[in-house]
Every structure is written in structure tokens, then in C-alpha cells.
Design a protein around this ligand. Structure first.
Ligand SMILES: CC(=O)SCCNC(=O)CCNC(=O)[C@H](O)C(C)(C)COP(=O)(O)OP(=O)(O)OC[C@H]1O[C@@H](n2cnc3c(N)ncnc32)[C@H](O)[C@@H]1OP(=O)(O)O
Length: 165
């Protein structure tokens, strides 16, 4: 399958933080941010694969700074790595104080998707071609992240099994 540059699926999304998005501290709900992250990452993966995708994994999520009521939340996502049927997407989250223009990075995460066919069976994806220094950095470090995820999944699966008698 022919490779595709990461820039072709890069996705940007901005929204205004309204009262219904916030908790009683006047800052955005963590769950709302995670929903945005899953959505933008899924759009990016589908733009790359041009097939339906399902989320199989999300890496740990660090909330570095709150996003406040009345600020803009901006997310940027791009494909960092592909394997046979899986696509890794990096998402960066920033807030912007619309009065001052101050921009703060508030979090980031990697998500992994699997492309599926009409029966929900896994399906091959085109390789990604990194072009910028940032894309190459994420690409070069991806095999190690993939290895750790697979290890973590095996360990969790083992822990969910009933103890042997
Ligand atoms: C858009 C949405 O939000 S969908 C809703 C949430 N997501 C879902 O419901 C998905 C539920 N899961 C599934 O349906 C199945 O696990 C499937 C179809 C995705 C995969 O089925 P399986 O045949 O068991 O897949 P398998 O274990 O071979 O893994 C498929 C690929 O995913 C990768 N993978 C699987 N689990 C993980 C994980 N936890 N982390 C990272 N990669 C993973 C594998 O390495 C493999 O990659 P490769 O083909 O590129 O080498």
C-alpha cells in the first residue's frame, strides 16, 4: 500500500468553553476534554485510512493546566505511526485567553486506532510518511511506545483472569 504524508490527515479543532462544559471551579470537565481528544484523533485516523476506525487504546493522560470558562480550547492531531492495521495519533491540547491572546499547552496524549471493514474485522492501513522534525521525532519513538502498550495490555489481561486454583 502506498504511503501517505502525515500532513494530509492533520486536523485542528477549536471551541469556546461554555458554562455547560465546566465544573463548579469554572474549568472544563476532564471528561469533556477526553471526548474532544477521542473525536479529533478518530477523524485524523479516518482521514489517513479512509476507512472506519475504532479506538483500541489511549495512553496515560496528564492534565497540565485547567482550561477556563470563556477561553478557547484548541486541539491539533496528526498520525505519528502506522503498523499493519493500527494507527497511532498524537493530540496536543491548548487553551487561549481570548482577551490577552496568551496560549497555554494544557495536555497531550497518544491514541491508537484499528481500521475495520464492514464486518468490524481489522483491515490494513497505508503507512504514514513523516516529513517535519516533529513528525519524525514521534515516528522514531513510536515502536517503543507500541511495545510498551502491548506489554501493558498482556499484563492487564493476565490480572483480569481469575487466579489459578
Ligand atoms: C470510534 C470508537 O470510539 S469505537 C469504540 C471503542 N472501541 C471499540 O469498541 C474497539 C473494541 N475492540 C475491537 O473491536 C477489537 O479489539 C479490534 C477489531 C479493534 C481488534 O481485534 P483483534 O483481532 O483482537 O486485534 P489484534 O489483537 O490482532 O490487534 C489489532 C491491531 O491493534 C493493535 N492493538 C491491539 N490492542 C492494542 C492496544 N491496547 N494498544 C495498542 N495497540 C493495540 C495490535 O498491535 C494490532 O496492530 P497491527 O495490526 O498494526 O500490528
Amino acid at each position: 500500500m502506498e504511503g501517505k504524508p502525515a500532513r494530509l490527515s492533520r486536523t485542528v479543532m477549536t471551541d469556546l468553553v461554555l458554562p455547560q462544559d465546566t465544573n463548579h471551579y469554572g474549568t472544563i470537565f476532564g471528561g469533556r476534554v477526553m471526548a474532544y481528544v477521542d473525536k479529533i484523533a478518530a477523524i485524523t485516523a479516518m482521514r489517513h485510512a479512509r476507512k472506519p476506525v475504532v479506538t483500541v487504546s489511549s495512553d496515560s493522560f496528564d492534565f497540565l493546566a485547567p482550561v477556563k470558562l470563556g477561553e478557547a480550547i484548541s486541539l491539533e492531531a496528526f498520525v505519528t505511526y502506522t503498523h499493519n492495521t493500527s494507527i497511532e495519533v498524537f493530540v496536543k491540547i491548548q487553551s487561549e485567553n481570548l482577551m490577552t491572546g496568551e496560549v497555554t499547552t494544557t495536555g497531550s496524549s497518544y491514541l491508537t486506532f484499528v481500521a475495520v471493514d464492514e464486518n468490524g474485522e481489522k483491515n490494513p492501513v497505508p503507512p504514514v510518511i513523516p516529513e517535519t522534525d516533529e513528525e519524525r521525532m514521534h515516528f522514531d519513538t513510536a515502536p517503543e511506545r507500541r511495545r510498551l502498550r502491548i506489554e501493558r495490555k498482556q499484563e492487564r489481561t493476565r490480572r483480569m483472569l481469575p487466579p489459578e486454583t
